[in-house]
Design a protein around this ligand. Structure first.
Ligand code: SAH
Length: 347
């Protein structure tokens, strides 16, 4: 069944044209779906009852139900556990910053990338999300919080470049001036490094920030943490990131999760410094979030600061990621995991 929320304005025009409707009806429908975040066709009172009923038949609106919401007492971060129309479960996070509200969305139910430290990959990928389902996470969170969202990060469960077409659609729709109109400059897409898709993304004419999950500067260490490193080398990944910067003028962010004793030594920092030296980029240093099913421990505060200082010697600015919502079951698929685990125990 086609998801009508995933259609771009021109495609919506085609749909309505095929139904014998005037093109301006597509503008009205787009506005109901994306600016007014309508949950049902009944709300769309400037469309005739007959049209609404035909749309309801041909394009049923999928729903997104809140299963759970945890709010951090420390910083107000909220984690939402949502059920999709087919009862698959995903999670999204709402974070309040002084510059505005940010939402972290999932792009797939589960993930096939299998990074060693990550909770999202444990059960593999269940399915891709549609662009509409990505949008609904933001829409529903605006509805729940009663506040506008100004930033979106595609850093929840899933590999967005493994769901490329829908991910790009999502970006075009959420930044559309007749929709939520979130600036592309306030959207970040995070990838584990599907190199050919980074080259494709550079050609899409989008002003988003690309974040690359690097986590190690040598092929040998990266392969231990991320299976994707067996397919493309660090050198190939950096070349793709440089191409993205050259094509878009947007500085690339590198994410580096610091894992105790694995990738956090001064030598590791020097290797990363040499690798990125001279490339205008940001490095996000993230103390790894311990996951119940995984062995990894986070680096100590001293190692993290030493790592940052060493990077600076190579002219690279590393920001230590401020932890949000650390009292509400951490990051990266852990809420969804806990939910699935509780189901396993019951069933
Ligand atoms: N698949 C994409 C986006 C989802 S993961 C990607 O790999 O970038 C978002 C970020 O969280 C990635 O940088 C990922 O490596 C990181 N991450 C996953 N599990 C983590 C953990 N336990 N602690 C810290 N960062 C983690």
């Amino acid at each position: 069944m086609p998801d009508i929320r995933s259609l771009l304005p021109d495609e919506l025009k085609e749909v309505l044209k095929a139904m014998g409707e005037k093109p301006f009806r597509a503008d009205q429908l787009f506005s109901w779906l994306h600016a007014k975040k309508a949950l049902s066709y009944d709300e769309m009172t400037n469309l005739s009852a007959a049209l609404r009923s035909r749309l309801r038949e041909a394009y049923p609106l999928s729903d997104l139900r809140v299963l759970d919401c945890l709010e951090s007492k420390l910083d107000g971060t909220r984690k939402f556990l949502f059920a999709l129309s087919d009862d698959n479960v995903i999670e999204s996070v709402w974070m309040k910053y002084h510059h505005g509200n940010s939402v972290c969305i999932s792009t797939q139910a589960g993930c096939n990338m299998g990074c060693a430290f990550c909770a999202s990959g444990i059960g593999g990928k269940v399915r891709d999300l549609t662009a509409g389902e990505m949008l609904q996470q933001v829409y529903e969170i605006e509805r729940q919080t009663g506040e506008r969202v100004s930033n979106v990060v595609m850093m929840g469960t899933g590999e967005p470049l493994d769901n490329y077409e829908q991910a790009v659609r999502f970006i075009r729709l959420i930044s559309h001036e007749k929709g939520l109109n979130i600036s592309q400059r306030n959207i970040t897409l995070s990838t584990c490094g599907l190199v050919p898709r980074i080259y494709d993304l550079a050609k899409e004419d989008l002003a988003i920030t690309l974040a690359v999950s690097l986590h190690a500067a040598s092929d040998e260490k990266r392969k231990k943490l991320m299976p994707v490193a067996k397919v493309w080398s660090v050198a190939e990944l950096i070349a793709a990131a440089k191409d993205y910067f050259a094509a878009t003028g947007r500085r690339v962010t590198f994410e580096y999760a610091l894992v105790k004793g694995e990738n956090d030594s001064p030598e590791d920092a020097a290797l990363l410094g040499k690798l990125l030296s001279g490339f205008p980029c940001h490095v996000n240093l993230i103390p790894v979030n311990p996951v119940k099913e995984r062995q990894f421990q986070r680096s100590g505060y001293e190692e993290i600061v030493n790592f940052q200082n060493k990077l600076e010697k190579y002219g690279i600015n590393g920001t230590i990621r401020r932890e949000m919502g650390s009292d509400i079951n951490g990051a990266c698929g852990q809420l969804r995991r806990a939910f699935l685990r509780s189901g396993e125990q019951q069933g």
